[in-house]
Design a protein around this ligand. Structure first.
Ligand code: SF4
Ligand code: SF4
Length: 472
């Protein structure tokens, strides 16, 4: 019955296959010989099957776990270097007709402030985000065909791309909205979106249906098959994720990797990104009401094992996590983080009064973008505001083949330095600017090609002289 090529949710995320995988992992968690052979396979950097990866996740031999962490770190370095791409979420509307038990936007929450940005308000939010230095947004909206129809989302995307304020511009809009039709995905593609992101929340069908008691999201198959429709609609960069804490993390881990294998098998390209949110406190949501919360050690192990299993897939961690936790997982595989985020509708222009709160979850890492950029550079990471790939038509399988051959590095590294330089000149505090300029000088020497180095140096001078938006 399990068939990664099937287009039916219950066949490519097959419950029995997951249970067998978990039993196999449990049985082999002390099997040093098998774990060695899986690590050997993983060192080829071609990824791992969900079965092999599940054994690594369960492995409880300390020495082997240290090898797992070391390998994750090495793969992270090989594929992503020391760059971390930055983005911010932009909440457009928290009207929602669904009844998700873990989200305060569920329609039975009658006391949360309901808000929907007008185009004028979108413009003000985007200017506030541009003034922080952001170039890449993920737009978020609840599911509500009356308040947030696709036309509204498309209008917002147009508005966002149209705003040029001082040297600011949003160059990539990723979209996180409810599962929809092929026709609507096509419209999003035509609007020039980057990645379409949709979290599965949980791959466990029974739990999924219990956690989504009402509304269109109750339909497990329609939700789980959304990425296939998105790809049919021409969107070839899609982002997966689950909400850790709802179900057993081992189950979700296997489900996530099976979903990635399915996309690869059917569409020839795996997920562009995987997000790893953990359930958090928010308005009427108490995370302790969910039994499957995971501690920081388990979270780190999950990140490391995902990194090893899908080396070409970007990994995202948001401000749901503390500075300390983010610091730990950056080493192990995270390639994108949000910074300076507000999770309320309209929160970038002004903080909300207590009686009008509209946040989706409590932000744990509440530092400003400048503080996040400074912190990254002091740990020797290069904060990157790069958005080059989809603007250069490097998406889907074209992007993946550049990733797999390692050639993408020739673009990512100089692009990171050029976009960082823009940030330092236009938005950074004096201290951040000084730290950043020194970092750029050091990093120029790490560009391998002399020709690229020469163009990079010229562009960095052009940026000093007021020109913007260079990219490889
Ligand atoms: S998770 Fe999404 S669909 Fe569910 S209530 Fe929240 S906004 Fe609505
Ligand atoms: S060059 Fe492409 S892959 Fe590299 S950071 Fe920029 S957008 Fe991402």
């Amino acid at each position: 019955m399990y068939d990664p090529k099937s287009l039916k949710a219950e066949e490519f995320i097959e419950h029995e296959e997951i249970l067998d995988t978990l039993a196999y992992a449990e049985k082999n968690k002390h099997n040093a010989e098998l774990i060695d052979s899986i690590l050997e396979k993983a060192r080829l950097r071609k990824g791992l099957s969900h079965r092999d990866a599940a054994v690594l996740l369960d492995c409880d031999i300390e020495e082997k776990n240290n090898e797992i962490y070391a390998l994750a770190e090495q793969i992270k370095k090989d594929f992503y270097g020391n760059r971390i791409v930055l983005f911010a979420p932009l909440y457009l509307s928290n009207y929602c007709v669904n009844g998700c038990l873990y989200c305060p936007y569920h329609h039975t929450n009658k006391h949360i402030a309901r808000k929907k940005l007008t185009q004028e308000e979108v413009k003000r939010e985007v200017i506030a985000l541009q003034d922080m230095g952001h170039k890449r947004l993920a737009i978020e909206a609840g599911e509500d065909p009356v308040n947030n129809p696709i036309e509204y989302i498309l209008e917002c995307i147009d508005t966002i791309y149209s705003i040029k304020h001082k040297n600011g511009a949003i160059r990539r809009v990723n979209v996180n909205i409810a599962a929809t039709t092929v026709e609507n995905y096509r419209k999003l593609k035509d609007a020039g979106i980057g990645t379409y992101i949709l979290f599965q929340e949980t791959y466990h069908k029974e739990s999924y249906e219990r956690l989504h008691p009402t509304g269109p999201k109750h339909n497990y198959a329609y939700h789980t098959e959304a990425m296939d429709r998105a790809m049919e609609g021409g969107i070839d960069d899609v982002g997966l994720g689950v909400l850790f804490g709802l179900e057993l993390y081992r189950y979700e881990f296997a489900g996530l990797l099976m979903h990635a294998e399915h996309l690869e098998a059917v569409h020839g390209v795996g997920p562009h990104t995987i997000s790893v949110p953990r359930i958090r406190h928010a308005d009427d949501i108490d995370p302790d009401a969910f039994d499957n919360g995971i501690d920081d050690d388990t979270f780190a192990k999950l990140v490391a094992c995902i990194r090893i299993a899908v080396p070409y897939t970007g990994m995202i961690v948001s401000t749901r996590e503390s500075q300390k936790c983010r610091e730990r997982v950056l080493h192990l595989g995270i390639s994108q983080i949000s910074g300076g985020s507000r999770t309320s509708v309209g929160g970038y222009v002004q903080p909300e009064p207590e009686e009008e709160k509209s946040e989706q979850f409590d932000v744990i890492d509440s530092r400003t973008l400048d503080q996040v950029v400074n912190w990254l550079m002091r740990m020797d990471y290069i904060p990157s505001f790069c958005t080059a790939c989809y603007r250069e038509g490097r998406t889907g399988d074209r992007f993946m083949s550049l990733c797999k051959s390692g050639q993408i590095q020739n673009c990512c590294h100089p692009n990171a330095l050029m976009t960082l330089k823009e940030y330092l000149i236009d938005y950074a505090s004096e201290d951040t600017r000084q730290v950043g300029l020194k970092l750029i000088e050091r990093e120029i020497d790490n560009v391998k090609s002399d020709k690229v180095k020469e163009i990079l140096r010229a562009n960095l001078i052009n940026i000093e002289n007021g020109k913007r938006d260079f990219r490889f």
